[in-house]
Ligand binder design. Structure first.
Ligand SMILES: Cc1ncc(COP(=O)(O)O)c(C=O)c1O
Length: 390
């Protein structure tokens, strides 16, 4: 048979999903793959039960059902500080995953460069490669995961650079970009005439005193920003695969076509049910942030009590723990041992970095308090991993 595509030959399986399999093998509490183990809001699931009988069950408009786009525009316009026209500025996609892929495909030609902060969410490298674009990585420096303006400027100045991908709040490091950091990015992307493709799936999971600032809402940035996000994390419906792109009509006209050919559309009955979520009052989002603030305290305070060095996230629901003193050659080996001997699943941090890295493992805390307490009990065995041969 002929050779399969060279583009996809370099792909490995997702390390995150691999760690879920390792967790299952050792019956470990799986804090690797980040999704909630609690129910979505009743408003959404009750509506889903009605929709099962009422429909719709056939294709929606390819760029999203009218009432979904209207509810989304009404929710996001005041938050983002821009005037979102549901007919011109919104494309509903199958998760932020598809939103990001469509956006990179919309802006990048083969050979163009895309700037990505490292550590980064696994998909961005693949998005660029599938589009034939070349990633340029800019380091977010531990322990507070801030960037160096001169390094960002140099990356953006490289020939053929078309866009910068901005994950805010950041998975995996939990960094929430301050307004000043975003204004610095804005000055640089303006100077080099770049698009900014945002991934804001954790926009409602930010811990006081930090606040989420939408890049599109910064002065002069609406035109060059392609805002991607989703309902996965905000409404605990990661399996529904509902996301969206918000951008100028020049951009969405292209995104609509890419999206149509990739997937035709998001699931019509799920869009209909999710409208009930988009119409929830402001208090829903305050309660969600409070719920995760409680889980962050429970888990991070527990890590502190156990003497496990970690980064305190400003947003999202992940914690990077420091394993540099353990002397393992590979963080993946550490994570397998953690499953086998301690009974807790984590993700080796190296999969989030472009350069060789062996300092971190990542846990997520989007779990019930019982599960988090049980995981902390087991993590009392964390320091035993200093000796490898048990
Ligand atoms: C930063 C980030 N972007 C995108 C996604 C996937 O989002 P969706 O379910 O909307 O495709 C995740 C999931 O963990 C994520 O952490």
């Amino acid at each position: 048979m002929q050779e399969l595509s060279r583009k996809t030959a370099s792909f490995t399986d997702s390390v995150i999903r691999r760690m879920t399999r390792v967790s299952a093998k050792y019956d470990a509490i799986n804090l690797s793959q980040g999704f909630p183990d609690f129910d979505p809001p009743a408003a959404i699931t009750d509506r889903l039960a009605e929709v099962a009988h009422e429909g719709p069950h056939q294709y929606a408009i390819t760029w999203g059902a009218q009432n979904f786009r209207e509810a989304l525009a009404a929710k996001q316009s005041p938050l983002m500080g821009i005037d979102i026209d549901p007919d011109r500025n919104v494309v509903v996609t199958c998760g932020s995953t598809e939103a990001m892929m469509c956006s990179v495909m919309t802006v990048a030609n083969p050979g163009d460069r895309v700037v990505i902060f490292s550590p980064f969410y696994e998909n961005y490298g693949a998005d660029s490669i599938l589009c034939g674009a070349e990633p340029t990585y800019v380091e977010l420096h531990a322990p507070d995961f801030t960037f160096d303006e001169a390094e960002l400027e140099a990356a953006c100045a490289r020939p053929s650079t078309k866009a910068l991908i901005l994950c805010n709040p950041s998975n995996p490091c939990g960094h929430v970009f301050s307004r000043d950091e975003l204004l610095a990015i804005a000055r640089i992307v303006e100077r080099h005439d770049l698009y900014v493709i945002t991934d804001e799936v954790y926009e409602h999971i930010v811990y006081a005193p930090d606040v989420h600032t939408y890049f599109a809402g910064l002065p002069g940035m609406a035109e060059r920003t392609i805002s991607c996000s989703s309902l996965s994390k905000t409404y605990s419906i990661t399996g529904w695969r509902l996301g969206y792109v918000i951008a100028t009509s020049e951009v969405t006209d292209r995104v609509k076509k890419v999206h149509d050919f990739l997937t035709v559309g998001a699931a019509a009955p799920l869009m209909e049910a999710a409208v009930a979520g988009l119409r929830l009052p402001r208090s829903y989002y305050d309660d969600l942030a409070a719920l995760y603030a409680h889980k962050r305290s429970l888990f991070c305070d527990g890590l502190d009590r156990l003497g496990i060095a970690h980064v305190k996230p400003q947003g999202a629901y992940y914690v990077m723990c420091d394993i540099s003193d353990f002397g393992y050659d590979s963080d993946e080996e550490f994570c397998v041992e953690l499953c086998r001997r301690v009974g807790v699943g984590a993700v080796p941090g190296s999969c989030f970095f472009n350069a060789p890295e062996n300092r971190f493992v990542r846990f997520h805390f989007a779990k019930s308090d019982e599960v988090l307490n049980a995981a902390l009990e087991r993590l009392a065995g964390w320091h035993d991993l200093m000796g490898r041969d048990a």
